[in-house]
Ligand binder design. Structure first.
Ligand code: SF4
Length: 472
């Protein structure tokens, strides 16, 4: 039978990138192969994100384009199914069905394993919607990726260890769209990581909306925190780097900090969102920590791990934010000194408590504050990157770069690093003497002869999976 073609357009966070891969794996069992060309597809899935501004408007405008495509295909006697997945589907499923007749399937993030049945139901009944939080564990039903698919995705992979959030920050939809915190058992995560390592993966990023709230069942019957899980995963042959994202300051514990001290594979780069430096605003955000708590968490890391660096998320112009509150954010950034950070203007998410707040900061003030914050963050990031020049750093090589003859990899701090070399170094961690900096990329030369190790993956991805942020 001719394979059917599947195109997934994914928005937003790392979890969505991972979910898209799991949807591809699930539908591979139904004879679907992935295509990068939507015009060519028999099934188009919009894997949506509710975090960014005007998320649902973007979905409806994309659906407008898909409607034209679907009508044209129908004139040619070809059926195209359109599905909406992800957090917008979860939050606004019924409305999507009502407003966009072009949509055949709406599926929430906890129900991807039901996609084959939902497609069959849509073919039979015209439409299918599932946005419940099913009682069964979807991970038990999602098929593992095939070896050739793992190799094609490259040497760095995501593994979900935790989903959902119990924190209820007032600006965030995650607790409503992903549900309560659930952690996967250690044995399942170990199986996933072993399978990835067996097929060439060298770096694992453990993901969850609130990943350091991880509390999975261990093989000893006890509840394991993230720090203990990192110890177990570091024992798996082939895994040389472990990362995790996204963490909440309140869930930082000693086991996690000590894991950074004790496990060479635990990378010394932690994404720890703070959102604001003002306690008044942190309280309005229901963050459940103060700026002092956050500084203390950073100090605890730094006292045990001298080489550790941090990135963060900031929201500028949260309702009621005064110039004094904003100054507290600038002071915190100045004091911490970040290697990188993401900053956004506040925009209300329907259904969240903050969306009801009245004291809006004007658009001009938001723009002006965001520019000041980003200037400060950029200067810190540039200084951090410039400090690498002249030093020798370990780089995990990922793929050929766009410039012919160059191979690109990542340092421990996720900085892209380029050297002139052959593809034989892909998948290896090698020392690189850094010679210069070009915008955010480091350029250097190998500081050792190339050891002869495993062959490079047959195909390589074009971006590192950690180039997005999410949650906590
Ligand atoms: S911002 Fe993070 S911690 Fe807060 S509710 Fe959203 S996912 Fe949970």
């Amino acid at each position: 039978m001719k394979p059917r073609k599947l195109h997934i357009k994914s928005y937003g966070c790392q979890m969505n990138v991972y979910d898209a891969q799991r949807m591809v794996d699930t539908l591979a069992g139904e004879g679907f192969v992935e295509t990068t060309n939507a015009d060519d597809a028999d099934l188009v899935i919009l894997n949506t994100c509710h975090i960014r501004e005007k998320a649902s408007e973007k979905v409806y405008s994309e659906l407008g384009r898909l409607r034209v495509m679907k009508e044209e295909a129908a004139r040619q006697g070809r059926r195209i199914d359109i599905a909406v997945a992800g957090c917008v589907a979860q939050a606004e499923g019924g409305e999507i069905i009502n407003r966009a007749p072009v949509v055949d399937v709406v599926v929430g993030p906890q129900s991807y394993h039901h996609l084959p049945q939902l497609l069959a139901r849509a073919e039979r009944d015209g439409r299918a919607l599932e946005t419940e939080f099913p009682t069964e564990d979807k991970f038990a039903f999602l098929p593992p990726p095939k070896p050739d698919v793992i190799r094609a995705r490259g040497i760095s992979a995501f593994v979900t260890i935790q989903e959902g959030c119990d924190k209820f920050c007032t600006f965030c939809v995650v607790p409503y769209t992903r549900g309560a915190e659930v952690s996967r058992p250690v044995s399942k995560i170990v199986d996933d990581v072993k399978r990835l390592a067996d097929h060439g993966v060298r770096e694992i990023t453990l993901i969850g909306q609130n990943v350091n709230a991880y509390h999975g069942e261990g093989p000893d019957g006890r509840t394991w925190p993230l720090g203990t899980l990192l110890h177990r995963l570091a024992e798996i042959p082939g895994i040389v780097r472990l990362r995790y994202s996204t963490s909440h300051p309140r869930d930082i514990d000693d086991a996690l900090i000590e894991a950074h001290r004790d496990i060479p594979a635990a990378m010394p780069f932690v994404h720890l969102p703070v959102q604001s430096g003002s306690d008044r605003i942190l309280s309005a955000m229901n963050r459940k920590h103060t700026a002092r708590d956050y500084r203390r968490a950073i100090d605890r890391f730094r006292s045990l791990c001298q080489d550790i660096a941090f990135s963060s998320d900031f929201i500028v112009g949260f309702p009621g934010e005064s110039e004094e509150d904003f100054q507290a954010t600038l002071a915190l950034v100045t004091q911490i000194g970040y290697a990188a950070a993401y900053s956004f203007k506040y925009s209300p998410r329907p259904g969240t408590p903050a969306a009801e707040m009245q004291e809006m900061v004007s658009a001009d003030e938001m723009d002006e504050r965001l520019a000041r914050l980003q200037e400060l963050i950029d200067s810190q990031q540039s200084a951090f990157n410039r400090a690498s020049i002249g030093t020798t750093v370990d780089v995990l090589f990922e793929r050929p770069a766009r410039n012919p003859g160059q191979i690109v990899g990542r340092t421990a701090y996720l900085q892209p690093a380029h050297v002139i070399a052959t593809e034989a170094i892909v998948g290896q961690v090698l020392p690189v003497k850094i010679e210069s900096l070009e915008r955010y990329s480091l350029l250097g030369e190998l500081a050792c002869p190339v050891p002869r190790l495993a062959a490079a993956p047959e195909t390589m991805p074009t971006t590192h999976p950690s180039e997005t942020t999410m949650g906590a």
